[in-house]
Design a protein. Structure first.
Length: 119
């Protein structure tokens, strides 16, 4: 990846993984770049944020990733973080999943009740 001026706007010349993700305008704003129009950009559509890192590793484009989740790839040079700008994606969503066969187990019910009380 070649960043000519070292500015965030240089990324607009590169393919962006999930260019229509609402996090991109937030990131560009946080990086001090006027918010670009992302609606007309070609988009690599993926089923979820888990696949963004795989797309970046495969050379398919620039991705917004959580640096802590890709620490090994960053430290080995497989991925690079050209800017220190990090945004907090709110709201966060979590799914409570468990095997259907354990639906009635006491630990599952206790955790489910506790989570419901925190929501």
């Amino acid at each position: 990846m070649v960043l000519r001026s070292g500015a965030a706007r240089d990324l607009l010349a590169l393919p962006l993984v999930e260019a229509k993700d609402p996090a991109w305008p937030q990131w560009f704003e946080a990086a001090g770049c006027p918010t670009p129009n992302m609606t007309s950009r070609p988009a690599l559509r993926l089923a979820g944020r888990d696949f963004y890192g795989q797309a970046a590793l495969a050379g398919r484009g620039v991705a917004l990733l959580t640096p802590e989740l890709y620490a090994r790839e960053l430290s080995t040079g497989q991925l690079m973080q050209p800017f220190s700008t990090v945004i907090d994606l709110e709201p966060r969503a979590y799914w409570f999943v468990y095997p259907a066969s354990r639906k009635r187990s006491r630990p599952i019910r206790l955790l489910q009740n506790w989570l419901a009380g925190r929501a």
